[in-house]
Write a protein that binds this ligand. Structure first.
Ligand SMILES: [Zn+2]
Length: 204
């Protein structure tokens, strides 16, 4: 969904149910039907209506009220269900003209992701994203310092219960990608950074 805030509020809020449960229930006068609806959501939005907030070379001309109004079109509960928030800055023209000279190949990344998924299937028979709260507690056992760092971040960032569980699942996946059996403080910090760097955390 490109330009996420341009979608109607109703359309965005309706997404919350399938994002959470992987199903959608449609109720009409006498009938009620539930369909499978498990999907991966990829969405993009600008930092402000003109798109230049935070740009080093081009000034943003939006007022704080315009920015606030623009961002509030995407509700907190919807953002809470999005696990990875990544800020992307504009690429310099030189990088656009000579792409693909650095970084891993897609084939290497695919192999790493496949290994990570196999590890999850072998351990618990499902991907980390679908761990129930019970299984989550069994699969994501934290040491003392890991638990403390997550608890203190949860308080500072005012994470919801859902946000906390989602952060733990992402930390488990980062540890799996790192080939580790247990979750470390660095995995938790990285998972929290993906949650905290969303559009609402970037004001100014
Ligand atoms: Zn702007």
């Amino acid at each position: 969904m490109d330009e996420l805030p341009e979608f109607s509020r109703r359309c965005l809020e309706v997404l919350r149910e399938p994002m959470e449960s992987g199903e959608i229930t449609i109720t009409r006068a006498q009938h009620r039907v539930t369909y499978p609806a498990r999907f991966q959501l990829v969405a993009a939005m600008n930092p402000c209506p003109c798109g230049y907030l935070g740009d080093g070379e081009h000034p943003c001309r939006c007022t704080p009220e315009q920015i606030q109004r623009y961002r509030s079109r995407v509700s907190g509960p919807l953002l809470d269900r999005i696990d990875l928030h990544v800020q992307v800055s504009r690429l310099p023209p030189a990088d656009l003209l000579t792409p693909g000279t650095t970084g891993e190949s897609s084939a290497d990344v695919q192999a790493r992701v496949s290994r990570c998924r196999q590890r999850q299937e072998y351990r618990q028979g499902s991907p980390n994203a679908r761990l129930s709260p019970d299984l989550l507690a069994r699969v994501c056992v934290l040491g003392d310092s890991e638990r403390k760092s997550l608890e203190s971040a949860a308080r500072t960032m005012r994470l919801s219960g859902r946000g906390l569980h989602r952060t733990l699942r992402v930390a488990r996946t980062i540890a799996d990608l790192d080939d580790r059996t247990s979750i470390g403080v660095a995995h938790i910090s990285e998972a929290l950074a993906y949650r905290g760097s969303g559009p609402q955390g970037q004001a100014g």
